[in-house]
Design a protein around this ligand. Structure first.
Ligand SMILES: Nc1nc2c(ncn2[C@@H]2O[C@H](COP(=O)(O)OP(=O)(O)OP(=O)(O)O)[C@@H](O)[C@H]2O)c(=O)[nH]1
Ligand SMILES: [Zn+2]
Length: 190
């Protein structure tokens, strides 16, 4: 579990480290606020994303592609503990015996985002969770994100977008299915 007391002590030390006075009025509650915030932004560390996929509709028998576009994501880069944020797009071809609720796919994205992450690992973990838990026939996950560690510091390139993808199952082996997923994603299917 998240140790709020430990985070509070550490934040106080950071404030001292940067030459601030942690006892001045505006900063007195900052360690507690930051500890609470970290509890929220890292809450996914203590959840199993598979738990969200227990809800399945066994009688629907849909076996065509389902795509959820433009899921907003906020995660934390594990190198600098700065946010990266943008959009995730999740497409899957269900095992007709295991169609899940749309919001459950979003919950998987949410749980895995709320951890210290790499964009590549986040993308891969979302795809693998859906394949493994739902026995999905195919999955495509694309994430487009801006990393604050490349914006407010370091190379300082605001507006740069990093795009990562993970492609599994028949979306990987069948080029027509893969093309369908990417055209739905780009909105060029009409
Ligand atoms: N592959 C990958 N790299 C990331 C991600 N988030 C941050 N990084 C990179 O992690 C690298 C860490 O490099 P280091 O040289 O150890 O750290 P640094 O001195 O702060 O690097 P600079 O950002 O180049 O100043 C940087 O190149 C970041 O851009 C991510 O999600 N995926
Ligand atoms: Zn970073």
């Amino acid at each position: 579990m998240i140790d709020q007391e430990k985070i509070q002590k550490a934040v106080r030390m950071i404030l001292e480290g940067i030459g601030e006075d942690p006892d001045r009025e505006g900063l007195q509650d900052t360690p507690a606020r930051v500890a609470k915030m970290y509890g929220e932004v890292f809450s996914g560390l203590h959840c199993d994303p598979c738990d969200h996929l227990e809800t399945c509709f066994y009688e629907e028998k849909h076996d065509e592609m389902v795509l959820i576009k433009d899921i907003s994501i906020y995660s934390m880069c594990e190198h600098h503990l700065l946010p990266f944020y943008g959009k995730a797009h999740v497409a899957y071809i269900p095992n007709p015996e295991k169609i899940t609720g749309l919001s459950k796919l979003v919950r998987v994205v949410e749980t895995l985002s709320r951890r210290p992450q790499l964009q590549e690992r986040l993308t891969t973990q979302i795809a693998d969770t859906i394949v493994e838990k739902l026995d999905a026939k195919g999955v495509v996950v694309v994430i487009e994100a801006e990393h604050l560690c490349m914006t407010i510091r370091g190379v300082k390139k605001p507006g740069s977008t990093t795009v990562t993808s993970a492609v599994r199952g028949i979306c990987r082996t069948n080029h027509l299915t893969r093309a369908e997923a990417f055209s739905l994603l780009k909105g060029t299917h009409r």
